[in-house]
Ligand binder design. Sequence first.
Ligand SMILES: [Zn+2]
Length: 144
Amino acid sequence: MITRLINIFLIIILGLAGHTPMLYSISVRFQVDECLTIWIDPVLIYNVGDLLPEYVLGYTNGDIILLAGEAEWNDERVIQHEYNHVIQYQALGDFYYITSIFLNLEGYPYYPDLKCNDYMWQPPENWFWKWGLVEIKIPLNRRQ
Ligand SMILES: [Zn+2]
C-alpha cells in the first residue's frame, strides 16, 4: 500500500513540476485462485536532474524510475540496474523496505559498480508474492 501511495504521489508531484515520463515498459500479470487477480505495471522513467543528490545516478520506487540526467538516460546499465529494482518491487511490494536488510537488493559488494547488476537479488520462477501498481480483484462465481 505504501509503495502504491508513493508512486501515485510521485506521478502527481512530478507532473505538477512539469516532468514528462517515458513509458519504459508495461506488464500485465494474472493469477486465478478464489478470484481473478490482475496486476498492471506501467514502468515510468523520469529525468529529474538536480532533484536527486549529486552522487545518485538513479532511484526507483515501485514502477517509478528517477534518473539524474541525460548521461544516465542513455546508459543502459543504469536503466538495467533501476529496472532490476522494479522487478524486486513487483516481487516484494511493501516488503521491499524490510527485506533490504537481508536480501542483497543492491548487488553488494560490487555496488555502486554497475557489475552489481549481475548480483542483485531477483525473485525465482513461481515466486509466491506479487505486487502491482494497479491491482484488480474479480471474484469468481463458484458453482456448488
Ligand atoms: Zn540500486
